[in-house]
Ligand binder design. Structure first.
Ligand SMILES: [Cu+2]
Length: 273
C-alpha cells in the first residue's frame, strides 16, 4: 500500500502540472494581453513568484512521496516517538523566510512605483467612483479642475452627463464642476500617463483592470491615487474585485483606450451643454 500511495502522490503531482501547462496554452486560462507600461515588470515579478512556488511545490510533493515510500509499513514494526530535529527546523524556516522576504522586497519596488510615486504633472486627470453596483468615471472638462462634491448632494435618479448634482453629488454652485464629464465607461488616450483617483460612495470596492495589471481598493472617505499608461487601443474589462454586496458580480465597466484625437473628440462631444 505504501508504495502505491507514494506513486499516486507523484502521479497526481505530474498530472496537475501537465493539466496546468495544457490549460495555459490551449484554453487561455491566464492573464489577458498586457496593455500598460508597467505590466512587464508586474508580470515578471509574478512569474518569479510563480517559479519559486513551483519549485517548493514539486520539492514538497517529491519529499512527501519519498517519505511515504521509505517509511511505509513492512508488517510488524512499532511506532516510535520523535521530538523533531531543531537544526533542520531552523534551517527550513530560515530558507522560507529569506525567500519570502526577498520576494516581498522585489515586489514592493514594482508596487511602490505605481502607487507611491506621483504621476507626471501633464497626466490626464480622471476620477473613478465605485458605488453599489456601478463605476462612474469623471473627467474635469476644459478647465482641468474637478467640481467639488458632497455626499449630501448624491442623486441617483438622474445620471446623465449634464445632471447636477447627479450620482457623484457635484455641487451645482461650483463653477469648476459645470464642465465635468462623467459616465460609466472609462475613456482614456493611448500612450499618455493617466492619474486615476479612486473613491467610493458607500462600501469598499476594488478597481480591477486585468489588462492594465492594476488592482486597487476604493475606500469610502479616501481618495486613492494610481497612475498608469495604456499602450494599446481597444476595449477592455474593468471589474469590481471586492465583494461589495448582493449584485457585486454585476459591477463591471469597460475601458476604451483611444487615440489622442479620438479622445479629444469624445471629450467635446460629451461636454455638458
Ligand atoms: Cu463593488
Amino acid at each position: 500500500m505504501g508504495r502505491l500511495l507514494a506513486i499516486l502522490i507523484w502521479l497526481i503531482t505530474a498530472g496537475t502540472a501537465a493539466f496546468f501547462a495544457w490549460s495555459k496554452t490551449k484554453t487561455g486560462w491566464w492573464f489577458p494581453e498586457a496593455i500598460s507600461e508597467h505590466a512587464a515588470a508586474m508580470d515578471s515579478q509574478f512569474n518569479l513568484t510563480w517559479a519559486v512556488v513551483a519549485v517548493a511545490f514539486f520539492g514538497a510533493q517529491a519529499a512527501l512521496g519519498y517519505a511515504v515510500w521509505k517509511f511505509r509499513s513492512k508488517g510488524n514494526e512499532r511506532a516510535t516517538y520523535s521530538e523533531g530535529n531543531t537544526r533542520i527546523e531552523i534551517v527550513l524556516v530560515a530558507i522560507t523566510g529569506i525567500v519570502f522576504i526577498a520576494l516581498a522586497i522585489t515586489g514592493q519596488r514594482v508596487w511602490a512605483n505605481l502607487h507611491l510615486n506621483q504621476a507626471p504633472p501633464d497626466a490626464v486627470q480622471i476620477e473613478a467612483t465605485g458605488q453599489q453596483f456601478n463605476w462612474y468615471f469623471r473627467h474635469p472638462g476644459a478647465d482641468g479642475r474637478f467640481g467639488s462634491t458632497s455626499p449630501k448632494l448624491y442623486d441617483d435618479t438622474d445620471n446623465s452627463v449634464g445632471a447636477r448634482p447627479g450620482p457623484l453629488g457635484i455641487d451645482p454652485k461650483d463653477p469648476s464642476g459645470k464642465d465635468d464629464i462623467f459616465g460609466q465607461t472609462l475613456v482614456i488616450p493611448i500612450n499618455r500617463p493617466i492619474n486615476l483617483t479612486l473613491r467610493a460612495k458607500d462600501v469598499t470596492h476594488n478597481f480591477y483592470a486585468p489588462a492594465l495589471r492594476l488592482k486597487q481598493d476604493a475606500v469610502p472617505g479616501l481618495k486613492i491615487n494610481l497612475h498608469f499608461t495604456a499602450t494599446k487601443e481597444g476595449k477592455y474589462e474593468i471589474a469590481c474585485a471586492e465583494l461589495c454586496g448582493q449584485l457585486h458580480h454585476q459591477m463591471r465597466a469597460y475601458m476604451r483606450v483611444v487615440s489622442q484625437a479620438e479622445f479629444e473628440k469624445w471629450l467635446s462631444e460629451n461636454a455638458p451643454k
